[in-house]
Design a protein. Sequence first.
Length: 67
Amino acid sequence: MDPRIYPFEFLYDGDCALCRADVARLQRHDRDGHLRFIDVRADTFDPALYGRTQAQLLARIHGRCAD
C-alpha cells in the first residue's frame, strides 16, 4: 500500500448493512481518496495478508496505516 495514496486502510464486513452505511459515509467525506476500503467478506479477500483469520477480522473493526 502506497502511503502517499492510501495512508489508512479500513477493513469492513460487506454483509453488514451498518458497516456498508459507515463505509458509504466515509467515502463521501474522503474527498482526496486517502482511505482504502477492504471488504473482509469478498471472495477475493485473503485474511492471511493481515496475519489473521476472517473470523478474527470480523470480530471487531480493523484498520491499518500504510506504515
